[in-house]
Design a binder for this molecule. Structure first.
Ligand code: GLA
Length: 365
């Protein structure tokens, strides 16, 4: 996606209208490594959030969540519209956070109406929140005729929206996957940098599918922030700045030792998965998914009974590998099925789709 090209559609009355789409993501492997300076292998999915923005007279942002039938309106300028952590509940905290963070980044926003709609399920571990914050930021900048921050900077800004406005201290995995996604490719992300390298995802007749465990997760309410705190405590105990610099988990008190063992072994599994893909060894990829799940369940302790049932259902259906995906404590399971094996009922096939973008301008009439 080229951020230098701001696409404005001029409707018949000459008012610019813009539309931005940002996808959710699947993470093939590399979980709870992003905030530890580690490795992950996500891809953007076809489903996501679309924000349509129309300029308005006056001084307000008028936001409508079309799928929920809810609205929010607040003034632009002056003090940020709500304080950190005290943001209005749910989606409105993202809108207010996006406006406040873009303004703080020096971007002059304009009054507008925002219509938000999406087809990525909320609370299913497919990063509907990153899709929402990225699409909001792109639409708000475009309708103001402003250049958005570069993609890595924008990913950081969107992560601040989640941390300071929605109470979820996420890493950059979801936002980078949404912004850098490419059709047909996963992204090997080394969070040191970050450095992003597209990796062709050639599955032949194998199928990757997600299956919702039905246990709704909310990053803010789950043990996610607690895991981050445990990782910080492990860094202090080891005298390293990031767990990427940790050499071993040995000698650490529990549960910190188990947490570090997961992070170190998961980084290795990301590289092994990249190698397995390059070699076309999908059986090995399946074994790595299983190993990742065991590590997330036993060492990182982010699984719940509904997720275990879902993993079991995928394995019994014949999956080569299946694992809990995303922050944990619920959400979706990702599984790899060999040719000719049907995923269980309710599973959705996932394929890498393009990253976030503004809709191209409408053809001249
Ligand atoms: C959530 C967070 C990400 C990442 C994953 C776990 O999806 O938003 O930043 O930490 O959990 O890998």
């Amino acid at each position: 996606m080229r951020h230098s090209a701001i696409c404005l559609e001029h409707c018949s009355r000459g008012r610019p209208r813009v539309q931005a789409f940002a996808p959710g993501r699947v993470n093939l492997i590399g979980e709870h490594t992003d905030y530890n300076g580690g490795l992950c292998l996500p891809f953007a999915i076809e489903r996501g959030v679309t924000v349509t923005a129309n300029p308005l007279p006056g001084g307000a942002v008028d936001a409508h969540a079309l799928d929920l039938g809810e609205s929010d309106s607040f003034g632009l300028g002056g003090a940020p519209p709500a304080g950190p952590g005290a943001g209005s509940p749910g989606w409105t905290a993202f809108v207010r956070g996006a406006v406040a963070e873009l303004t703080r980044a020096g971007i002059e926003l304009r009054p507008c109406r925002l219509d938000i709609t999406g087809d990525v399920p909320r609370g299913a571990g497919l990063s509907s929140s990153a899709a929402l914050s990225v699409s909001l930021c792109l639409a708000l900048c475009a309708v103001a005729g402003a250049q958005p921050p570069g993609r890595i900077e924008l990913a950081r800004l969107c992560s601040r929206i989640e941390r300071d406005w929605c109470g979820a201290e996420t890493g950059l995995l979801d936002q980078l996957a949404s912004l850098f996604g490419e059709r047909g490719r996963a992204l090997r992300i080394d969070m040191r940098g970050p450095e992003i390298e597209p990796v062709p995802l050639e599955l032949g007749d194998h199928v990757l599918a997600t299956l919702d465990s039905g246990a709704e997760r909310s990053v803010a309410a789950s043990g996610y922030n607690e895991r981050r705190e445990e990782c910080r405590a492990a860094c202090r105990a080891l005298g390293v700045e990031s767990l990427r610099d940790a050499e071993s988990h040995e000698g650490l008190p529990e549960p910190l030792g188990r947490r570090v063992r997961h992070v170190l072994s998961e980084n290795e599994r990301v590289n092994a998965a990249v190698e397995a893909l390059a070699a076309g060894d999908l059986e090995e990829l399946g074994r790595l998914l299983d190993a990742s799940h065991r590590s997330l369940r036993d060492d990182y302790e982010v699984s719940v009974p509904a997720v275990e049932e879902t993993v079991k259902a995928c394995k019994e259906a014949g999956a080569l590998g299946a694992r809990i995906m995303g922050g944990g404590f619920g959400g979706s399971v990702l599984a790899l099925f060999p040719p000719g094996v049907a995923p269980p009922a309710g599973a959705e096939r996932v394929e890498p789709g393009p990253g976030a973008a503004l809709a191209p301008p409408a053809p001249a009439r």
